[in-house]
Design a protein around this ligand. Structure first.
Ligand code: UDP
Length: 457
């Protein structure tokens, strides 16, 4: 290559909302752009770059200030205050970064920005760049938000209401996104979710981390509204299609982990015999809830691998956990994808965050759903009633899953009457997700079309 000549066709900047569940999928998407000959740079906040371990592989990483460099979100004091600061400071620091890239001879052609960060479209358009909004939640959940934004659905949703909306199954009160039954407790988040639609018609592209067959009707409904495409599942390539260079790791880790120990332990267990339990990076449970779950796990008499984050560990019933040691392991963080891909894992007790749900779907692992808030209840509805790959735990009046319920749901998924059907469905979705990402698959073709659009301009 001659001096000064570029070894890439265009440069794309990818800007996720600064949280684990948003950085993971956007980083994986960026890797796919690199595999198509593009240069991709992930933009994080300075605080995130100091606190989260990012294994970017072939993707560059550039931190910018969000005005909370020392303590991140906590520094602002509230969600509302953080979002205001992020917007005010982010607009400036993002524009400075774009300028810096141009000065360094790497001008950016396209900005892929998190659908939460609507202000980033203004920065892109101001510089004549292609702007693509990246949604990290499903089309179905986003459509519910869209209807609230446009006044077609009033919130808070009444307990007795069944929500019926185009291209969606009927949703009961326990299926609508979490904030809708309790809007007043989360005004900041609610605003953030509804704001996603404030300037979406101006975006050149709207990208969703899902695939066509998973949400067939809803995808069609959305295609009529925006230049919308599915680009998922954004799992590391080795789990889906031909392996991408530098894609050995699943990217982003909130906590350090001793992967060797529990993977070795899993190696000693029979196929499909272990229950993996994890509630993502944010969920917090009461001591009483932890104890009920622990009793339920013990009652099921299955092997288990349970992720309990460091800050949650003190809530565990110490004596009981000691008694359970012969059956399982508790870790403070796992390499979840590698765990779910392990053949010893037969069931995933999950909070149904979209990344976790998608990971289980793509790796063919049946789920026991314990949704808590945001999009999780709606994801759980789809897992159980639409995709048929799991069961949902019932809660009591205090919102707690009791031990008998935990025990019986684990058994139902692993050995009960419906277990064969659930496993068959799980296998089907695993195959379909691979097909979507494989050469010529729906998401693969969509990414090609997306890339071609700004290579021409
Ligand atoms: N995760 C992980 N190890 C863990 C727990 C979670 O790697 O022990 C990853 C998981 O694979 C997923 C992300 O963290 O990619 C969690 O995202 P999700 O949308 O499921 O939930 P959130 O944390 O946003 O509630």
């Amino acid at each position: 290559m001659a001096k000064g000549e570029r070894d890439y066709t265009a440069h794309v900047l990818v800007l996720p909302y600064p949280a684990q569940g948003h950085i993971n999928p956007t980083l994986q998407f960026a890797k796919r752009l690199v595999s198509r000959g593009l240069k991709a740079t992930l933009v994080t906040t300075i605080f995130i770059s100091k606190t989260i371990e990012i294994e970017p592989g072939p993707v560059g990483v550039e931190p910018i200030s969000d005005g909370c460099d020392e303590a991140g979100y906590a520094e602002a004091g509230s969600v509302e205050a953080y979002l205001e600061r992020l917007e005010a400071v982010g607009q400036r620091t993002l524009a400075e970064l774009l300028d810096k890239q141009a000065q360094a001879g790497h001008p950016v052609s396209c900005l892929v920005y998190d659908s939460f960060l609507t202000w980033a479209l203004g920065v892109a358009k101001g510089l004549g760049l292609t702007g693509a909004s990246f949604f990290t939640q499903t089309c179905s959940v986003s459509a519910v938000h869209y209807h609230v934004y446009h006044g077609n659905l009033k919130v808070p949703v009444d307990v007795l209401t069944t929500v019926t909306l185009p291209a969606l199954p009927a949703l009961g009160i326990s299926d609508v996104p979490g904030f809708f039954s309790d809007v007043l407790s989360y005004p900041g988040y609610m605003k953030l979710l509804l704001n996603q639609f404030s300037n979406l018609e101006n975006a050149d592209w709207v990208l969703f981390n899902t695939f066509d067959k998973l949400e067939e009707q809803m995808v069609k409904w959305m295609e009529e509204r925006w230049r919308m495409i599915t680009i998922g599942p954004t799992l590391p390539s080795m789990y889906l299609d031909k392996r991408l260079e530098g894609d050995e790791n699943y990217s982003v880790n909130l906590y350090k982990q001793d992967i060797a120990a529990y993977m070795k332990w899993l190696d000693t267990k029979p196929t499909g015999s272990v229950v993996y339990i994890s509630f993502g990076s944010l969920v917090e449970l009461s001591e009483e809830h932890m104890e009920e779950l622990a009793c339920g796990i013990r009652g099921s008499n299955k092997y288990f691998l349970w992720v309990v984050r460091e800050i949650e560990k003190k809530k565990l019933p110490a004596k009981l956990i000691e008694d359970m040691e012969d059956k399982g392991m508790i870790v403070t963080w796992s390499k979840q994808i590698e765990v779910l891909a392990h053949e010893a894992v037969g069931c995933f007790v999950t909070h149904c965050g979209w990344n976790s749900t998608m990971e289980a779907l793509c790796l063919g692992v049946p789920m026991v759903c314990m949704p808590q808030w945001t999009d999780q209840p709606t994801n759980a509805k789809f897992v159980v009633d639409v995709w048929g790959v799991g069961v949902r735990l019932k809660v009591d009046d205090k919102g707690i899953v009791r031990r008998e319920e935990m025990e019986s749901c684990i058994k139902e998924v692993m050995e009960g009457e419906r277990s064969e059907e659930i496993k068959r469905n799980a296998k089907k979705w695993k195959e379909l997700s691979k097909e979507a990402m494989d050469e010529g698959g729906s998401s693969d073709k969509n990414i090609d079309e997306f890339v071609a659009s700004f290579l021409k301009t």
